[in-house]
Design a protein around this ligand. Structure first.
Ligand code: PLP
Length: 433
Protein backbone atom coordinates (compact mmCIF):
# COMPACT_ATOMS: atom_id res chain seq x y z
CA UNK A 1 0.00 0.00 0.00
CA UNK A 2 1.73 3.18 -1.21
CA UNK A 3 1.54 6.75 0.02
CA UNK A 4 0.05 9.38 -2.26
CA UNK A 5 3.27 10.70 -3.80
CA UNK A 6 4.18 7.17 -4.93
CA UNK A 7 0.70 5.97 -5.85
CA UNK A 8 -0.31 9.09 -7.76
CA UNK A 9 2.43 11.66 -8.36
CA UNK A 10 0.05 13.75 -10.49
CA UNK A 11 -2.56 14.35 -7.77
CA UNK A 12 0.18 14.60 -5.17
CA UNK A 13 1.83 17.38 -7.14
CA UNK A 14 -1.46 19.29 -7.55
CA UNK A 15 -2.03 19.11 -3.79
CA UNK A 16 1.51 20.33 -3.18
CA UNK A 17 0.94 23.32 -5.46
CA UNK A 18 -2.39 24.14 -3.82
CA UNK A 19 -0.80 23.91 -0.38
CA UNK A 20 1.90 26.33 -1.48
CA UNK A 21 -0.72 28.71 -2.93
CA UNK A 22 -2.65 28.65 0.34
CA UNK A 23 0.56 29.18 2.30
CA UNK A 24 1.85 32.07 0.21
CA UNK A 25 -1.31 34.09 -0.36
CA UNK A 26 -3.22 36.49 1.85
CA UNK A 27 -6.47 34.53 2.14
CA UNK A 28 -9.33 36.98 2.63
CA UNK A 29 -12.33 35.04 1.30
CA UNK A 30 -14.87 35.45 4.10
CA UNK A 31 -16.19 31.88 3.82
CA UNK A 32 -12.78 30.19 4.02
CA UNK A 33 -10.49 29.20 6.84
CA UNK A 34 -7.63 26.86 7.70
CA UNK A 35 -8.73 23.89 9.73
CA UNK A 36 -6.43 22.21 12.24
CA UNK A 37 -4.09 19.29 11.63
CA UNK A 38 -6.13 17.25 14.13
CA UNK A 39 -9.33 17.85 12.13
CA UNK A 40 -7.55 16.91 8.89
CA UNK A 41 -6.26 13.72 10.49
CA UNK A 42 -9.79 12.66 11.42
CA UNK A 43 -11.08 13.56 7.93
CA UNK A 44 -8.34 11.49 6.32
CA UNK A 45 -8.96 8.48 8.59
CA UNK A 46 -10.58 5.03 8.25
CA UNK A 47 -13.92 6.59 9.22
CA UNK A 48 -14.27 7.28 5.47
CA UNK A 49 -14.70 3.54 4.85
CA UNK A 50 -17.89 2.97 6.84
CA UNK A 51 -21.55 2.93 5.80
CA UNK A 52 -23.99 3.89 8.58
CA UNK A 53 -27.36 4.92 7.11
CA UNK A 54 -29.73 5.86 9.92
CA UNK A 55 -29.08 7.37 13.34
CA UNK A 56 -27.10 6.08 16.35
CA UNK A 57 -28.72 2.87 17.61
CA UNK A 58 -30.95 2.64 14.52
CA UNK A 59 -28.67 1.78 11.59
CA UNK A 60 -29.27 -0.11 8.39
CA UNK A 61 -25.78 -1.68 8.49
CA UNK A 62 -23.81 -3.72 11.01
CA UNK A 63 -20.46 -2.83 12.54
CA UNK A 64 -21.50 0.62 13.70
CA UNK A 65 -20.70 0.47 17.42
CA UNK A 66 -17.84 2.97 17.15
CA UNK A 67 -19.58 5.13 14.56
CA UNK A 68 -22.55 5.39 16.97
CA UNK A 69 -20.19 6.44 19.74
CA UNK A 70 -18.63 9.05 17.43
CA UNK A 71 -21.91 10.54 16.20
CA UNK A 72 -23.34 10.77 19.75
CA UNK A 73 -20.12 12.47 20.91
CA UNK A 74 -20.32 14.90 17.98
CA UNK A 75 -23.97 15.74 18.75
CA UNK A 76 -23.22 16.35 22.43
CA UNK A 77 -20.24 18.55 21.63
CA UNK A 78 -22.28 20.55 19.10
CA UNK A 79 -25.01 21.28 21.64
CA UNK A 80 -22.37 22.18 24.26
CA UNK A 81 -20.45 24.42 21.84
CA UNK A 82 -23.59 26.51 21.26
CA UNK A 83 -24.60 26.41 24.96
CA UNK A 84 -27.84 24.52 24.26
CA UNK A 85 -29.93 22.48 26.69
CA UNK A 86 -30.24 18.90 25.38
CA UNK A 87 -33.84 18.79 26.61
CA UNK A 88 -34.83 21.77 24.45
CA UNK A 89 -32.65 21.44 21.35
CA UNK A 90 -31.85 18.55 19.07
CA UNK A 91 -29.27 18.29 16.31
CA UNK A 92 -28.50 16.42 13.13
CA UNK A 93 -24.79 16.37 12.25
CA UNK A 94 -25.15 14.42 9.00
CA UNK A 95 -25.84 17.16 6.38
CA UNK A 96 -23.15 16.95 3.72
CA UNK A 97 -22.81 20.73 3.56
CA UNK A 98 -24.67 24.03 3.95
CA UNK A 99 -26.90 23.95 0.87
CA UNK A 100 -28.11 20.38 1.49
CA UNK A 101 -28.77 21.26 5.16
CA UNK A 102 -31.01 24.14 4.10
CA UNK A 103 -32.89 22.12 1.52
CA UNK A 104 -33.40 19.37 4.08
CA UNK A 105 -35.07 21.87 6.42
CA UNK A 106 -37.33 23.12 3.63
CA UNK A 107 -38.46 19.64 2.64
CA UNK A 108 -38.97 18.77 6.33
CA UNK A 109 -41.38 21.59 7.17
CA UNK A 110 -42.82 22.76 3.82
CA UNK A 111 -44.94 21.29 1.07
CA UNK A 112 -43.90 21.87 -2.54
CA UNK A 113 -44.76 25.45 -3.57
CA UNK A 114 -45.15 26.71 -0.01
CA UNK A 115 -43.90 30.28 0.40
CA UNK A 116 -40.56 31.37 1.81
CA UNK A 117 -38.77 34.66 2.39
CA UNK A 118 -34.96 34.94 2.56
CA UNK A 119 -32.51 37.80 1.99
CA UNK A 120 -32.08 38.48 -1.73
CA UNK A 121 -28.79 37.22 -3.17
CA UNK A 122 -27.66 40.58 -4.63
CA UNK A 123 -28.25 42.05 -1.15
CA UNK A 124 -26.08 39.46 0.62
CA UNK A 125 -28.30 36.36 0.84
CA UNK A 126 -27.34 32.85 -0.27
CA UNK A 127 -28.49 30.95 -3.37
CA UNK A 128 -30.10 28.32 -1.17
CA UNK A 129 -32.40 30.94 0.42
CA UNK A 130 -34.57 31.03 -2.71
CA UNK A 131 -32.70 33.10 -5.28
CA UNK A 132 -34.38 33.71 -8.62
CA UNK A 133 -34.08 36.27 -11.40
CA UNK A 134 -37.01 37.72 -13.36
CA UNK A 135 -36.13 35.18 -16.08
CA UNK A 136 -35.06 32.10 -14.19
CA UNK A 137 -35.60 30.17 -10.97
CA UNK A 138 -31.95 29.66 -10.24
CA UNK A 139 -31.71 27.46 -7.15
CA UNK A 140 -33.59 24.29 -6.22
CA UNK A 141 -35.16 26.32 -3.42
CA UNK A 142 -36.83 28.71 -5.85
CA UNK A 143 -37.80 25.88 -8.21
CA UNK A 144 -39.64 23.83 -5.59
CA UNK A 145 -40.86 26.64 -3.31
CA UNK A 146 -42.33 30.09 -3.99
CA UNK A 147 -39.75 32.66 -3.01
CA UNK A 148 -40.25 36.37 -2.28
CA UNK A 149 -36.92 37.76 -1.10
CA UNK A 150 -36.60 40.64 1.36
CA UNK A 151 -33.91 43.25 0.81
CA UNK A 152 -31.71 45.88 2.36
CA UNK A 153 -32.52 49.53 2.72
CA UNK A 154 -30.05 50.79 0.13
CA UNK A 155 -29.47 54.06 1.97
CA UNK A 156 -28.28 52.35 5.18
CA UNK A 157 -27.10 48.94 3.96
CA UNK A 158 -29.19 47.36 6.73
CA UNK A 159 -32.05 44.86 6.36
CA UNK A 160 -35.28 46.75 5.67
CA UNK A 161 -37.36 45.16 8.44
CA UNK A 162 -40.34 47.46 7.83
CA UNK A 163 -40.51 46.29 4.23
CA UNK A 164 -40.04 42.66 5.33
CA UNK A 165 -42.97 43.08 7.71
CA UNK A 166 -45.21 44.65 5.07
CA UNK A 167 -44.33 42.05 2.44
CA UNK A 168 -44.72 39.16 4.90
CA UNK A 169 -48.17 40.42 5.86
CA UNK A 170 -49.24 40.27 2.19
CA UNK A 171 -47.22 37.26 1.00
CA UNK A 172 -47.81 35.17 4.15
CA UNK A 173 -44.73 32.96 3.97
CA UNK A 174 -44.56 29.69 5.86
CA UNK A 175 -40.85 30.18 6.50
CA UNK A 176 -38.69 33.27 7.07
CA UNK A 177 -34.93 32.80 6.76
CA UNK A 178 -32.37 34.97 8.53
CA UNK A 179 -28.69 34.73 7.67
CA UNK A 180 -26.47 35.74 4.79
CA UNK A 181 -23.25 35.27 2.87
CA UNK A 182 -22.32 38.94 2.69
CA UNK A 183 -23.94 40.94 5.49
CA UNK A 184 -21.57 42.70 7.89
CA UNK A 185 -24.12 43.27 10.66
CA UNK A 186 -26.12 41.20 13.15
CA UNK A 187 -29.68 40.25 12.26
CA UNK A 188 -32.43 41.68 14.46
CA UNK A 189 -33.76 38.33 15.67
CA UNK A 190 -36.40 39.72 18.07
CA UNK A 191 -37.89 41.77 15.23
CA UNK A 192 -37.84 38.81 12.85
CA UNK A 193 -39.46 36.60 15.50
CA UNK A 194 -42.29 39.12 15.85
CA UNK A 195 -42.81 39.24 12.10
CA UNK A 196 -42.77 35.43 11.84
CA UNK A 197 -45.23 35.05 14.73
CA UNK A 198 -47.63 37.58 13.21
CA UNK A 199 -47.96 35.50 10.02
CA UNK A 200 -47.52 32.09 11.70
CA UNK A 201 -44.26 31.32 9.92
CA UNK A 202 -41.28 29.25 11.05
CA UNK A 203 -38.14 31.30 11.71
CA UNK A 204 -34.85 29.76 10.61
CA UNK A 205 -31.35 31.20 10.89
CA UNK A 206 -28.61 30.08 8.51
CA UNK A 207 -25.57 31.04 10.58
CA UNK A 208 -23.06 29.43 8.17
CA UNK A 209 -20.78 32.46 8.01
CA UNK A 210 -20.85 33.40 11.64
CA UNK A 211 -21.22 30.09 13.50
CA UNK A 212 -17.77 30.42 15.08
CA UNK A 213 -18.69 33.90 16.29
CA UNK A 214 -22.00 32.60 17.68
CA UNK A 215 -20.27 29.73 19.52
CA UNK A 216 -17.89 32.25 21.13
CA UNK A 217 -20.79 34.63 21.95
CA UNK A 218 -19.20 37.57 20.12
CA UNK A 219 -22.32 38.25 18.04
CA UNK A 220 -26.06 38.05 18.84
CA UNK A 221 -27.42 34.59 19.66
CA UNK A 222 -29.95 33.29 17.08
CA UNK A 223 -30.97 30.34 19.28
CA UNK A 224 -32.91 32.64 21.61
CA UNK A 225 -35.41 33.46 18.87
CA UNK A 226 -35.28 30.92 16.04
CA UNK A 227 -37.00 27.55 15.66
CA UNK A 228 -34.28 26.05 13.49
CA UNK A 229 -30.62 27.00 12.99
CA UNK A 230 -28.50 25.61 10.14
CA UNK A 231 -24.81 26.03 9.53
CA UNK A 232 -21.83 24.95 7.52
CA UNK A 233 -18.90 23.79 9.61
CA UNK A 234 -15.92 25.02 7.57
CA UNK A 235 -16.16 28.81 7.72
CA UNK A 236 -15.60 30.81 10.94
CA UNK A 237 -16.17 27.58 12.94
CA UNK A 238 -12.92 26.28 11.38
CA UNK A 239 -13.98 22.64 10.99
CA UNK A 240 -14.16 20.19 8.09
CA UNK A 241 -16.50 20.83 5.13
CA UNK A 242 -19.95 19.82 6.35
CA UNK A 243 -23.27 20.99 7.74
CA UNK A 244 -25.46 20.82 10.85
CA UNK A 245 -29.13 21.42 11.62
CA UNK A 246 -30.26 22.43 15.11
CA UNK A 247 -33.99 22.23 15.88
CA UNK A 248 -36.31 22.89 18.80
CA UNK A 249 -37.49 19.71 20.48
CA UNK A 250 -40.97 21.01 21.32
CA UNK A 251 -43.36 20.99 18.35
CA UNK A 252 -43.50 24.26 16.40
CA UNK A 253 -46.69 25.17 14.51
CA UNK A 254 -47.85 21.59 15.09
CA UNK A 255 -44.74 20.04 13.53
CA UNK A 256 -42.41 17.67 15.40
CA UNK A 257 -39.18 19.13 14.03
CA UNK A 258 -37.03 16.29 15.32
CA UNK A 259 -38.89 13.64 13.34
CA UNK A 260 -39.43 15.82 10.27
CA UNK A 261 -35.81 17.01 10.00
CA UNK A 262 -34.17 13.66 10.76
CA UNK A 263 -36.36 12.00 8.13
CA UNK A 264 -35.63 14.74 5.59
CA UNK A 265 -31.86 14.19 6.01
CA UNK A 266 -32.18 10.40 5.73
CA UNK A 267 -33.89 8.83 3.85
CA UNK A 268 -35.33 12.05 2.37
CA UNK A 269 -32.30 13.58 0.69
CA UNK A 270 -29.16 11.74 1.77
CA UNK A 271 -27.83 8.22 2.08
CA UNK A 272 -24.86 7.24 4.23
CA UNK A 273 -23.37 9.96 6.42
CA UNK A 274 -19.78 11.01 5.79
CA UNK A 275 -18.36 9.62 9.03
CA UNK A 276 -14.89 11.03 8.40
CA UNK A 277 -16.45 14.51 8.31
CA UNK A 278 -18.42 13.81 11.49
CA UNK A 279 -15.12 12.74 13.10
CA UNK A 280 -13.45 15.98 11.99
CA UNK A 281 -16.45 17.97 13.18
CA UNK A 282 -16.31 16.38 16.63
CA UNK A 283 -12.66 17.44 16.88
CA UNK A 284 -13.49 20.97 15.74
CA UNK A 285 -16.28 21.22 18.33
CA UNK A 286 -13.88 20.18 21.09
CA UNK A 287 -11.61 23.06 19.99
CA UNK A 288 -14.67 25.33 20.14
CA UNK A 289 -14.93 24.87 23.91
CA UNK A 290 -11.39 26.07 24.56
CA UNK A 291 -10.46 29.60 25.76
CA UNK A 292 -8.15 29.87 22.69
CA UNK A 293 -11.16 29.48 20.42
CA UNK A 294 -13.00 32.34 22.12
CA UNK A 295 -9.88 34.51 21.93
CA UNK A 296 -9.56 33.64 18.24
CA UNK A 297 -13.17 34.64 17.48
CA UNK A 298 -12.75 37.93 19.36
CA UNK A 299 -9.63 38.57 17.31
CA UNK A 300 -11.53 37.80 14.07
CA UNK A 301 -13.99 40.60 14.88
CA UNK A 302 -11.44 43.11 16.08
CA UNK A 303 -9.20 42.46 13.06
CA UNK A 304 -12.18 43.01 10.80
CA UNK A 305 -13.02 46.29 12.56
CA UNK A 306 -9.41 47.45 12.17
CA UNK A 307 -9.58 46.64 8.46
CA UNK A 308 -12.91 48.44 8.01
CA UNK A 309 -11.73 51.52 9.94
CA UNK A 310 -8.57 51.77 7.86
CA UNK A 311 -10.54 51.47 4.62
CA UNK A 312 -12.89 54.23 5.77
CA UNK A 313 -9.85 56.36 6.65
CA UNK A 314 -8.57 55.79 3.12
CA UNK A 315 -11.86 57.15 1.78
CA UNK A 316 -13.67 53.92 0.89
CA UNK A 317 -17.42 53.44 1.04
CA UNK A 318 -18.04 50.48 3.31
CA UNK A 319 -21.59 49.04 3.13
CA UNK A 320 -23.49 49.83 6.38
CA UNK A 321 -20.55 52.02 7.47
CA UNK A 322 -18.58 49.25 9.16
CA UNK A 323 -18.85 45.72 10.53
CA UNK A 324 -20.01 43.73 13.56
CA UNK A 325 -18.61 40.43 12.38
CA UNK A 326 -15.92 38.83 10.23
CA UNK A 327 -16.48 40.59 6.91
CA UNK A 328 -16.38 43.98 5.24
CA UNK A 329 -18.22 44.81 2.06
CA UNK A 330 -16.61 47.61 0.06
CA UNK A 331 -18.59 49.57 -2.54
CA UNK A 332 -16.13 50.48 -5.31
CA UNK A 333 -18.64 52.21 -7.56
CA UNK A 334 -17.85 55.73 -6.30
CA UNK A 335 -14.31 55.14 -7.64
CA UNK A 336 -15.58 54.20 -11.10
CA UNK A 337 -14.19 50.68 -10.84
CA UNK A 338 -15.77 47.24 -10.42
CA UNK A 339 -15.09 44.33 -8.07
CA UNK A 340 -14.22 41.89 -10.87
CA UNK A 341 -11.16 43.83 -12.01
CA UNK A 342 -9.96 44.51 -8.48
CA UNK A 343 -10.33 40.80 -7.61
CA UNK A 344 -8.14 39.87 -10.59
CA UNK A 345 -5.44 42.45 -9.92
CA UNK A 346 -5.23 41.47 -6.24
CA UNK A 347 -5.11 37.80 -7.22
CA UNK A 348 -1.98 38.59 -9.25
CA UNK A 349 -0.44 39.91 -6.04
CA UNK A 350 -1.53 36.75 -4.14
CA UNK A 351 -4.26 38.61 -2.27
CA UNK A 352 -7.33 36.38 -2.49
CA UNK A 353 -10.79 37.86 -2.01
CA UNK A 354 -13.96 37.94 -4.05
CA UNK A 355 -15.97 40.36 -6.12
CA UNK A 356 -19.39 40.88 -4.61
CA UNK A 357 -22.57 42.67 -5.50
CA UNK A 358 -23.44 45.65 -3.35
CA UNK A 359 -26.93 47.10 -2.79
CA UNK A 360 -28.15 48.78 -5.97
CA UNK A 361 -25.87 46.84 -8.33
CA UNK A 362 -27.09 46.21 -11.86
CA UNK A 363 -24.84 43.30 -12.84
CA UNK A 364 -24.00 40.15 -10.87
CA UNK A 365 -21.15 39.28 -13.26
CA UNK A 366 -19.37 42.60 -12.90
CA UNK A 367 -20.48 43.64 -9.43
CA UNK A 368 -19.51 46.93 -7.89
CA UNK A 369 -17.93 45.65 -4.70
CA UNK A 370 -15.54 43.32 -2.98
CA UNK A 371 -16.06 41.16 0.12
CA UNK A 372 -13.15 40.89 2.54
CA UNK A 373 -13.09 38.42 5.44
CA UNK A 374 -10.83 38.09 8.45
CA UNK A 375 -11.18 34.44 9.69
CA UNK A 376 -8.43 32.77 7.64
CA UNK A 377 -5.61 35.26 8.24
CA UNK A 378 -6.58 35.51 11.90
CA UNK A 379 -6.03 31.74 12.10
CA UNK A 380 -2.57 32.41 10.71
CA UNK A 381 -1.82 34.78 13.57
CA UNK A 382 -2.57 38.18 12.05
CA UNK A 383 -3.59 40.94 14.45
CA UNK A 384 -4.99 44.47 13.95
CA UNK A 385 -1.63 45.84 12.76
CA UNK A 386 -1.40 43.30 9.94
CA UNK A 387 -5.03 43.91 8.94
CA UNK A 388 -4.31 47.63 8.65
CA UNK A 389 -1.42 46.69 6.35
CA UNK A 390 -3.83 44.49 4.36
CA UNK A 391 -6.14 47.51 3.91
CA UNK A 392 -3.16 49.47 2.57
CA UNK A 393 -2.25 46.67 0.13
CA UNK A 394 -5.83 46.47 -1.10
CA UNK A 395 -5.76 50.25 -1.54
CA UNK A 396 -2.64 49.93 -3.68
CA UNK A 397 -4.30 47.26 -5.79
CA UNK A 398 -7.37 49.42 -6.27
CA UNK A 399 -5.21 52.39 -7.28
CA UNK A 400 -3.35 50.25 -9.82
CA UNK A 401 -6.66 48.97 -11.18
CA UNK A 402 -7.99 52.50 -11.54
CA UNK A 403 -4.79 53.71 -13.22
CA UNK A 404 -4.66 50.71 -15.49
CA UNK A 405 -8.30 50.95 -16.46
CA UNK A 406 -8.00 54.61 -17.37
CA UNK A 407 -4.57 54.06 -18.93
CA UNK A 408 -3.39 57.13 -17.07
CA UNK A 409 -0.33 57.52 -14.87
CA UNK A 410 2.24 54.92 -13.81
CA UNK A 411 5.38 53.83 -15.54
CA UNK A 412 6.82 50.86 -13.70
CA UNK A 413 7.10 47.56 -15.56
CA UNK A 414 4.47 46.05 -13.30
CA UNK A 415 2.07 48.90 -13.96
CA UNK A 416 2.66 48.63 -17.71
CA UNK A 417 1.84 44.96 -17.54
CA UNK A 418 -1.19 45.54 -15.36
CA UNK A 419 -2.46 48.23 -17.74
CA UNK A 420 -2.33 45.69 -20.53
CA UNK A 421 -3.97 43.02 -18.37
CA UNK A 422 -6.86 45.16 -17.29
CA UNK A 423 -7.48 46.90 -20.57
CA UNK A 424 -7.52 43.69 -22.60
CA UNK A 425 -9.94 41.81 -20.34
CA UNK A 426 -8.07 38.61 -21.08
CA UNK A 427 -7.65 37.83 -17.42
CA UNK A 428 -11.30 38.11 -16.61
CA UNK A 429 -13.08 34.80 -16.51
CA UNK A 430 -16.48 36.44 -16.81
CA UNK A 431 -17.47 38.38 -19.89
CA UNK A 432 -16.92 42.02 -19.06
CA UNK A 433 -18.14 44.85 -21.18
N1 PLP B 1 -25.47 29.33 3.68
C1 PLP B 1 -24.70 30.42 3.64
C2 PLP B 1 -25.14 31.66 4.37
C3 PLP B 1 -23.51 30.42 2.90
O1 PLP B 1 -22.77 31.53 2.82
C4 PLP B 1 -23.14 29.24 2.22
C5 PLP B 1 -21.90 29.15 1.43
O2 PLP B 1 -21.16 30.02 1.22
C6 PLP B 1 -23.99 28.13 2.29
C7 PLP B 1 -25.14 28.21 3.03
C8 PLP B 1 -23.74 26.91 1.48
O3 PLP B 1 -22.77 26.11 1.95
P1 PLP B 1 -22.12 25.00 1.02
O4 PLP B 1 -21.29 25.73 0.02
O5 PLP B 1 -21.35 24.21 2.01
O6 PLP B 1 -23.25 24.23 0.39
Amino acid sequence: DHGLSEADPEVSSIIKKEKERQFKSLELIASENFTSRAVMEAVGSCLANKYSEGLPGKRYYGGNEYIDELEILCQKRALAAFHLDEKKWGINVQPLSGSPANFEVYTAILNPHDRIMGLDLPHGGHLSHGFMTPKRRVSGTSIYFESMPYRLDESTGLVDYDMLEKTATLFRPKLIIAGASAYPRDFDYPRMRKIADAVRAFLMMDMAHISGLVAASVVANPFEYCDIVTTTTHKSLRGPRGGMIFFKKDPVLGVDLEIAINNAVFPGLQGGPHNHTIGGLAVCLKHAESPEFKAYQNQVVSNCRALANRLVELGYTVVSGGTDNHLVLVDLRPLGIDGARVEKILDMASITLNKNSVPGDKSALVPGGIRIGSPAMTTRGFKEKEFIAIADFIHEGVQITIDAKGLVSGSSKLQEFLKFAVSSDFLLTDKVS
